[in-house]
Write a protein that binds this ligand. Structure first.
Ligand code: B16
Ligand code: MG
Length: 226
């Protein structure tokens, strides 16, 4: 008896921490904000912000510092952090992409796969432009249009819908626990970039995005179909 199996058709990437190291810039900008507000904020604290949208991240930092702000102040500090982040992005160049990622994107496309971007960052189009990678993706989701941010699956489902590929035929690539949860909630296979300890819910974890290949992704997909 032959079992009908799904084929891998699309790979959906997160941006910050997967395509480039803007995760570090987000951390530095949040750290400046925390200092301004007199809140202690470490790299360890930053882990839980990865993949979380701007306002959600601000609220987590305030909660940690035991502060509450009204809506106007939340907007002010949210904009303040984004200004710091944009300053850090000023010198970003194509060579700031993680090693071997442009080659990976080219190879995936040559292997017949569709490529999507599911970043929680409203700055993602600007970052892709700076990296000269805008054209590498078939669809770039707008996080502002999603009802719920990661760990909800909305942005990954929006990409699969736009690409006309069922979620079961997609792999999502993420560096954040909230992102891995979003990929899994979307019904996709999740590849984590980082450490197995931090990304325990991922189906496969690699230290760097550049280690991925079309063959490895297809093997991972096939193995998890069984
Ligand atoms: P922005 P990703 C996320 O991007 C970052 O991980 C997270 O740290 C950041 O707060 C969020 O984007 C929003 O970014 O302030 O630029 O809109 O990892 O989903 O690509
Ligand atoms: Mg990320």
């Amino acid at each position: 008896m032959t079992l009908a199996t799904e084929q891998l058709q699309a790979v959906i990437f997160d941006l910050d921490g997967v395509i480039t190291d803007t995760a570090e810039f987000h951390f530095l900008a949040w750290q400046q904000l925390a200092t301004e507000l007199g809140i202690k904020f470490t790299r360890h604290d930053n882990e839980q912000l990865k993949g979380v949208d701007r306002l959600g991240s601000l609220k987590l930092i305030l909660q940690q510092g035991g502060l509450t702000l009204d809506n106007a102040a939340l907007q002010h500090w949210s904009d303040w952090k984004n200004q710091r982040y944009l300053e850090l992005l000023v010198d970003m160049q194509p060579h700031d992409v993680f090693p071997l990622v442009p080659e990976l994107l080219t190879h995936l496309r040559a292997a017949g796969l569709l490529l999507g971007l599911a970043s929680a960052s409203r700055n993602a189009p600007l970052v892709l432009e700076r990296l000269k990678l805008t054209q590498a993706f078939d669809f770039i989701a707008d996080p502002a249009l999603q009802a719920q941010g990661k760990p909800a699956p909305d942005i990954f489902l929006a990409v699969s819908t736009a690409l006309a590929v069922p979620p079961a035929c997609c792999i999502g690539v993420e560096d954040a626990p909230a992102g891995i949860r979003a990929v899994k909630a979307a019904g996709m296979i999740a590849v984590g970039i980082g450490t197995p300890a931090a990304l325990s819910q991922a189906d496969l974890v690699l230290p760097t995005t550049g280690m991925l290949t079309p063959l490895l992704l297809r093997q991972c997909f096939t193995a998890l179909q069984r």
